[in-house]
Design a protein around this ligand. Structure first.
Ligand SMILES: *[C@@H]1O[C@H](CO)[C@@H](O)[C@H](O)[C@H]1NC(C)=O
Ligand SMILES: *[C@@H]1O[C@H](CO)[C@@H](O)[C@H](O)[C@H]1NC(C)=O
Ligand SMILES: *[C@@H]1O[C@H](CO)[C@@H](O)[C@H](O)[C@H]1NC(C)=O
Ligand SMILES: *[C@@H]1O[C@H](CO)[C@@H](O)[C@H](O)[C@H]1NC(C)=O
Ligand SMILES: *[C@@H]1O[C@H](CO)[C@@H](O)[C@H](O)[C@H]1NC(C)=O
Ligand SMILES: *[C@@H]1O[C@H](CO)[C@@H](O)[C@H](O)[C@H]1NC(C)=O
Ligand SMILES: *[C@@H]1O[C@H](CO)[C@@H](O)[C@H](O)[C@H]1NC(C)=O
Ligand SMILES: *[C@@H]1O[C@H](CO)[C@@H](O)[C@H](O)[C@H]1NC(C)=O
Ligand SMILES: *[C@@H]1O[C@H](CO)[C@@H](O)[C@H](O)[C@H]1NC(C)=O
Ligand SMILES: *[C@@H]1O[C@H](CO)[C@@H](O)[C@H](O)[C@H]1NC(C)=O
Ligand SMILES: *[C@@H]1O[C@H](CO)[C@@H](O)[C@H](O)[C@H]1NC(C)=O
Ligand SMILES: *[C@@H]1O[C@H](CO)[C@@H](O)[C@H](O)[C@H]1NC(C)=O
Length: 799
């Protein structure tokens, strides 16, 4: 049987043909065949080699030729309009005399053994619409003149042995709809004229010897025409050069295959405009660069094959937004970074391959379950997808050190990605378990929590001596107050006479909340006298600290130097208190949602990133008590740069004792100086705190928080890792986010400082995990930093 017509116009023509050709049932046309047509058919038969005898019916003088007795012949009014002899085992040649069939519309001789050339005389057939000669052994070149056929719609010469080039004039047939020259030996380049044809809907030139570059004029032939091209297949040729940007104008394109060529350059970002594209195959070329961001606009993409190229950069997370993807092959490129977890959410993914790249980290759990190791091998730093490729795992005795070990001996365990796989599995189980017995469980938890809170409050609410009194004691006269920019205007007396309550004490000194005359609150930190540097040094350092402005760093607004060397620092007051109390000392009715926790994690990271990169400041003591929250729970890192105000001895002391708080990186027991990496460790602990709801110093059976999490992973991973509150709220859909954040936090508390990520990477990953939070906070940051650049810091000396 012939191929079914695919365009409406062609279908209409066939209907006409049936209507006229078979108006009287099976009898056909009872008009005698014209002499020219009879001669032509006889010539055809004489040049065919009909070894199976299919043409035996072409035996009489021709009186029956148009009456339906001659196999494969259809006539209208004595003119042959169709010659259809597929699968007839015909050999020999197609006679040039075919040009005499002036009424011929359809020539279908596919799937035979015909040899010789495609007759030139086809070009003289004014009504020729369809030529189906595929799967023969035709040779020679495509007749240059075929473009003269004014109504030619389909030319399928695929699977022959045609040579020569494609003449530009082939596109002179302005109704050309399907051009299939695939599986031949055609050489030369693709004529520009084909790229300009508005009617062309299927262009199949694969498996030839085409070379040169692809014209970059697709869809720009005629103004105001819509271009129909749905399939463009150029694979298995020798085509080189760039992928033409103009392909993006082919709004109907559903399949684009350029594989097995020599395409180089990058994927044009504009290809994102191909919203109907279902298949994009660029495999086996030398294409480089990144997968463009616009890829996620291809919302109907089902097959994406980029294998065997030189692509680099990260696999875009947004690929996971194309829910239609069923096959994804990125193998044998130079992709780096991690496999985005978003890919594991692709509902229709049935084939996946990222082998032979430069990927790292843990394979997302669902992907490693669904696909065997053949999809992942050949990435030196990728692990956890099969027992033969485990993530590096430490000997078991390190995982749960005895609780009797003191802080200085803490050996932090490196959590392997395999461990994290276990966490993932465990956490999923937890989610399920919790769903099952949620009500009972939650009620019990609520009660327990309420009790804990009350106990904590009792120790925290303290008697309230007035700040004024304390300052009076050291004498007021002759002091010096220096303001940095900020909203507050107060004189030294205002500050010293303000009512104040103690908020807490730290290694650096005592912290007060002071209520000014005008009703504003500020936080005043009184530094321990013996620990601070001398006045000159102190003033130089504090002036620098007063310039730091960032939305996630608590602003230093002023300082006061008393006549006897007392030193007060004045900061913004944060109504929501510290993260530690926000998280651990609240009523059971105030839940902290997952987005809030993520916002805090991102904010702290952003602040730290700013400190490390813009201010070159290492935080001396990053803990959840030093992260304060404003009305919207935006975090502000406090105690920034305080170590600069202190003597070296004082700082060593702080670092030494800080360990007991559970935020101290293990290497600080050997080296005395905090680094960006010890800060990252502390950040990791804070993120773990946000995830687990547990304070690093309590509720973890005497081990520190990272070790506690590790013990859960290793020993009893059905236990809860995440804060039960996060399981209670509607975070079931966020379980990937939770897992990825946990993974990231564990990366931050890696015992090896070198293995810990930079703040920048932590931020990037958090933003990838919860991108919907980025727009808001990112804007904030941008606004503030521009303000920061323009700011001319001033110091106005009062008193
Ligand atoms: C066949 O031709 C005769 C006249 O030549 C005409 O009367 C008749 O209707 C035709 N039959 C068909 C089926 O077209
Ligand atoms: C022509 O072929 C047909 C069908 O094969 C057959 O019925 C008929 O007898 C043949 N006529 C002659 C003259 O051979
Ligand atoms: C194709 O069209 C061009 C211009 O329209 C003309 O110059 C050329 O001769 C045509 N070629 C054929 C083979 O008809
Ligand atoms: C072109 O021809 C090849 C081989 O005959 C066939 O597999 C393919 O489906 C055809 N493509 C189009 C668009 O006609
Ligand atoms: C293919 O083209 C190259 C040059 O582009 C030529 O060297 C080679 O002989 C061609 N192969 C065939 C089978 O035509
Ligand atoms: C194309 O359309 C625009 C506006 O629709 C019109 O101004 C222009 O003349 C058209 N061009 C042609 C060649 O029809
Ligand atoms: C890409 O291919 C073209 C054609 O072979 C070549 O001229 C060009 O130098 C190549 N570009 C790169 C960057 O390799
Ligand atoms: C997407 O592709 C499907 C076939 O896979 C098709 O039915 C649907 O119309 C396409 N949608 C768009 C918007 O092109
Ligand atoms: C892979 O990419 C890295 C940079 O990310 C580059 O240094 C390296 O040369 C690339 N390797 C190959 C084989 O292209
Ligand atoms: C792998 O990627 C890293 C950075 O991501 C790069 O430094 C390294 O050169 C890459 N390795 C190879 C073999 O391309
Ligand atoms: C991996 O899966 C692929 C296809 O899913 C299969 O062809 C292959 O045999 C499998 N390999 C192993 C080692 O199981
Ligand atoms: C993945 O790709 C590699 C290289 O392209 C290939 O060897 C391997 O068979 C592929 N595996 C699967 C499951 O497709």
């Amino acid at each position: 049987m012939d191929k079914l017509p695919q365009n409406p116009f062609q279908f209409f023509v066939l209907l006409l043909f049936f209507a006229s050709g078979f108006a009287s049932g099976q009898s056909g046309d009872n008009v005698s065949i014209t002499l020219a047509d009879l001669q032509s058919l006889k010539a055809l038969k004489s040049e065919f080699i009909d070894s199976k005898g299919f043409l035996k019916s072409w035996n009489d003088t021709g009186s029956r030729a148009c009456s339906g007795d001659w196999v494969g012949i259809k006539c209208v009014k004595g003119q042959v309009i169709a010659v259809q002899l597929p699968w007839k085992g015909l050999g020999g040649k197609i006679s040039e005399k075919i040009g005499q069939l002036q009424g011929l519309r359809r020539l279908s001789l596919h799937d035979n053994g015909l040899t010789g050339p495609v007759p030139n005389s086809l070009a003289s057939l004014p009504n020729l619409r369809g030529v189906y000669l595929f799967n023969n052994r035709l040779s020679g070149s495509i007749p240059a003149s075929i473009g003269r056929c004014p109504v030619l719609q389909t030319l399928d010469l695929s699977k022959n042995q045609l040579t020569g080039t494609i003449f530009p004039s082939i596109a002179n047939s302005t109704r050309l709809y399907r051009l299939n020259l695939s599986f031949n030996l055609i050489s030369g380049s693709i004529p520009v004229s084909l790229s300009l044809s508005p009617s062309l809907t299927f262009l199949a030139l694969q498996y030839n010897n085409l070379s040169g570059s692809v014209p970059d004029s697709w869809g720009s032939g005629t103004e105001n025409k819509t271009y129909q091209l749905q399939i463009l297949n150029l694979d298995h040729n020798l085509i080189s050069g760039k992928i033409p940007t103009s392909l993006s104008k082919l709004g109907s394109l559903e399949m684009l295959s350029l594989s097995h060529n020599r395409f180089n350059g990058t994927i044009p970002n504009e290809l994102g405009a191909l919203s109907k594209l279902q298949m994009l195959d660029l495999s086996d070329n030398v294409i480089n660069g990144k997968i463009p961001e616009s890829i996620d606009k291809l919302q109907n993409l089902s097959v994406l094959n980029l294998k065997n190229n030189h692509f680099n950069g990260q696999i875009p997370e947004t690929l996971g937004d194309i829910s239609t993807i069923a096959q994804l092959d990125l193998s044998n490129n130079n992709f780096s970074g991690e496999i985005p977890n978003s890919l594991s959410k692709l509902p229709q993914l049935t084939s996946f391959n990222v082998s032979l790249n430069n990927l790292s980290g843990l394979v997302p759990l669902l992907l490693s379950k669904k696909f065997n190791s053949s999809s992942f091998v050949g990435n030196r730093q990728l692990c956890g997808y099969s027992p033969s490729f485990p993530c590096p795992s430490p000997p078991p005795h390190q995982i749960l050190p005895s609780p009797s070990q003191d802080g200085s001996k803490h050996r932090h365990h490196k959590f392997s990605t395999k461990d994290i796989t276990l966490i993932a599995a465990g956490a999923l189980l937890v989610v399920l378990l919790l769903l099952c017995c949620a009500l009972l469980y939650c009620l019990i938890k609520r009660k327990a929590k309420a009790k804990g809170v009350n106990g904590k409050n009792a120790t925290q609410a303290k008697a309230v001596p007035a700040l004024g009194a304390e300052v009076e004691a050291v004498g007021e006269a002759g002091g010096k107050l220096v303001h940095f920019d900020g909203p507050f205007i107060f004189a030294a007396n205002d500050l010293l006479c303000a009512t104040a309550e103690i908020m807490g004490k730290s290694m650096y000194g005592t912290i007060y909340k002071a209520s000014l005359e005008d009703g504003n609150h500020v936080v005043v930190k009184r530094l321990r006298e013996k620990m601070a540097k001398g006045q000159k040094e102190f003033e130089a350092e504090v002036a620098e600290l007063g310039k730091i402005r960032h939305p996630n760093i608590l602003a230093l607004r002023a300082y006061y130097l008393g006549p006897k060397g007392e030193k007060l620092l004045v900061f913004d007051h944060m109504p929501n208190g510290s993260l530690a109390s926000f998280l651990h000392a609240r009523g059971p009715e105030t839940a902290v949602t997952w987005p809030t926790r993520m916002k805090i994690a991102m904010g702290v990271t952003r602040g730290l990133y700013y400190l490390h990169t813009q201010e070159n400041i290492i935080h001396g003591n990053l803990t959840s008590s030093n992260v304060l929250l404003d009305e919207q729970s935006n975090p502000k890192i406090s105690d920034v740069g305080l170590s600069r105000l202190m003597t070296t001895a004082a700082n060593a002391n702080v670092i030494a004792t800080e360990g007991s708080l559970g935020y101290r990186a293990p290497e600080l027991s050997k080296v005395k100086n905090a680094t960006t990496k010890t800060n990252i460790y502390s950040l990791g602990v804070i993120i773990l705190e946000l995830l687990t709801g547990k304070s690093p110093s309590e509720g973890t059976d005497g081990v520190d928080l990272p070790q506690w999490v590790a013990s859960i992973v290793k020993e009893e991973w059905t236990n809860e890792v995440f804060d039960v509150e996060l399981m209670r709220e509607d975070t079931f859909n966020s379980s990937d986010e939770l897992l990825n954040t946990l993974k990231l936090a564990l990366h931050c508390v890696d015992p090896s400082p070198a293995a810990r990520p930079e703040a920048k990477h932590v931020l990037q990953q958090l933003e990838e995990i919860k991108p919907e939070l980025v727009a808001i906070s990112g804007d904030d940051g941008a606004k503030d930093s521009s303000k920061c650049d323009k700011r001319t810091s001033y110091m106005s000396e009062l008193d």
